[in-house]
Design a protein around this ligand. Structure first.
Ligand SMILES: [Zn+2]
Length: 181
């Protein structure tokens, strides 16, 4: 039995079919969750062994973007909305590019940034899949892609407090509220 982590390269898209817990990018297949690798009838999938018991489908969570690829953002979940304490178990959830906004996105530019703090809804608790399509969901706190400083909201754009760079995001209607380090 082989254990894989989110982002681990599993093989080529021409060798396998994409099952659950994996995603394809540029002809290669990667794990989107932590778990055990399974290959059945050419279908490659990753079975989660670390479902977070406190989380269920429909819950709203807060977390930080720890990795950003072409079609998937990996988010480290820190807490459940409305619950002050940190979760007893944490995990890496996956936000696929098709679940960021209601419209089609070519890439994450102007929608999600590295290290951003997100508010997202769990749409699959076993595979820890997220969605930020709703108005309240999205980026709660953003960091400048150039100098990594905090960005503040000006109109509907974000401006870096240090270098003045302006960027776009899929903003949560709660942007800037709450205290996140
Ligand atoms: Zn900056």
């Amino acid at each position: 039995m082989k254990f894989v982590f989110p982002g681990d390269r599993i093989g080529y898209a021409e060798e396998y079919l994409v099952g659950e817990g994996v995603y394809e990018e540029n002809g290669e297949i990667f794990a989107s969750i932590a778990g055990t690798l399974e290959i059945k009838n050419k279908v490659v999938s990753v079975k989660s062994v670390k479902e977070i018991p406190e989380l269920k489908r429909g819950d709203v969570v807060l977390g930080r973007v720890v990795d950003l690829r072409n079609s998937i953002a990996l988010v480290e979940i820190a807490r459940k909305e409305g619950v002050d304490r940190e979760l007893k178990h944490t995990g890496i959830a996956a936000l696929h590019i098709s679940n960021v906004r209601n419209e089609y996105l070519k890439d994450f530019n102007n929608s999600i940034g590295y290290m951003d703090v997100l508010k997202a809804r769990i749409i699959d608790s076993e595979l820890l899949k997220l969605s930020t399509k709703e108005k309240e969901m999205g980026v709660l706190k953003a960091y400048c892609s150039s100098c990594k400083s905090e960005m503040i909201l000006e109109g509907n754009k974000l401006k870096c407090i240090e270098c003045g760079r302006v960027e776009g995001r899929k903003l949560s209607s709660d942007y800037g509220k709450g205290n996140w380090r």
